[in-house]
Design a protein around this ligand. Sequence first.
Ligand code: 3E9
Ligand code: MG
Ligand code: MG
Ligand code: MG
Ligand code: MG
Ligand code: MG
Length: 365
Amino acid sequence: MEHGVLVPPVYSPIPPAIHPRHERIDQQTAAWAKSFDIGSRELREKLIGHDIGTFAARILPDGDEEVISLLADFVLWLFGVDDGHCEEGELGADPKELVPELSRLLRIAQNPEAPMLTGDSLAAGLRDLRYRMNLHATPGQVARWVDALREYFLSVVWEASHRNKGTVPDLNDYTLMRLYDGATSVVMPLLEMGYGYELQPHERDSTSVRAAAEMAYFIITWDNDLFSYHKESRGQQYYLNVLRVLEHHHAMSPADALQTTVAQRDRVMCLFLRLSAHLAASGSPQLRQYLTSLTSFIRAAQDWGISSRRYTTPEDPADLPTTFRDTPTDDSTEPLDIPAVSWWWDLLPEGTEGPEGPQGAEIPV
Ligand code: 3E9
Ligand code: MG
Ligand code: MG
Ligand code: MG
Ligand code: MG
Ligand code: MG
């Protein structure tokens, strides 16, 4: 592995799960990518070998099969944008050009009937995703999906400005950017659609529930930074990754950056479990399902992240872990020294701090 960084098994007390139709869903997603001509031929051939349908089947293990297919196609589409436009394409280093391109795509998501970007395959794919979403989503869920796409697009433009200048953001800026540029928040409306309910705004938009979702984004993207470090750092391309941020701004060796990254995600995982249990205890059935889906999303990204060819890169093996550990390397209940998120540790009432406390680290079901 690059710089001698060997990713250890990470702490995951969440049981694995997968929808039984995962193989069929994965094949359908490959067919969808071909029929909509997503990405260049080279990118598309790679993406259809990444088991993205399997990833979606892990995110919604008991969900509606059509919604899982929709999610799988959407995640493949997102990689068409993130790899094709942002990380490997020319637009990715040109934020001024990226803004109008992404803004036009956003209009397609919002108004698929608009006669714009005709002949653009990413736009055609997005149109199809939106029309299929209409069959499963409320108007409010569609609106939140469009809003979440906007925040994802905003963050990749921020990322593009760093790529343009060759700069590395500090840890606080990186954390804030990474809450959105991992495209985790755009998946949220599909978690509800997959089980046919709508979480009401007084629960979803409460500070604590939003924080629980943000903690899931943090864990998923920190894990991605661990599992994708080999893929990202071995190439010649500019890349952003928390390991790189810690090496650059905190003068850490690769080994120290690895240990710090693992400790950060472990501390957030411990807090997430306590907060979820606390919220589930007094929440609606819909909120309990939503919290369960956040844990499924975290575990799905882990099982997929250590096994997909996207990260194992058999042509130059990444030597990723094949198991998980059931204890954290760091169980401190002190806030991380990252101002954008340190307030997460203020949300639990007194008496729920310790894993041994009455609200123990149970996973809501
Ligand atoms: C992830 O970050 C980029 C997104 C566009 C990937 C699409 C995935 C999801 C919507 C689900 C979230 C899953 C994750 C973050 C694995 P990055 O570092 O560019 O991903 P990469 O695969 O290149 O490491
Ligand atoms: Mg496959
Ligand atoms: Mg259905
Ligand atoms: Mg990216
Ligand atoms: Mg990437
Ligand atoms: Mg990555």
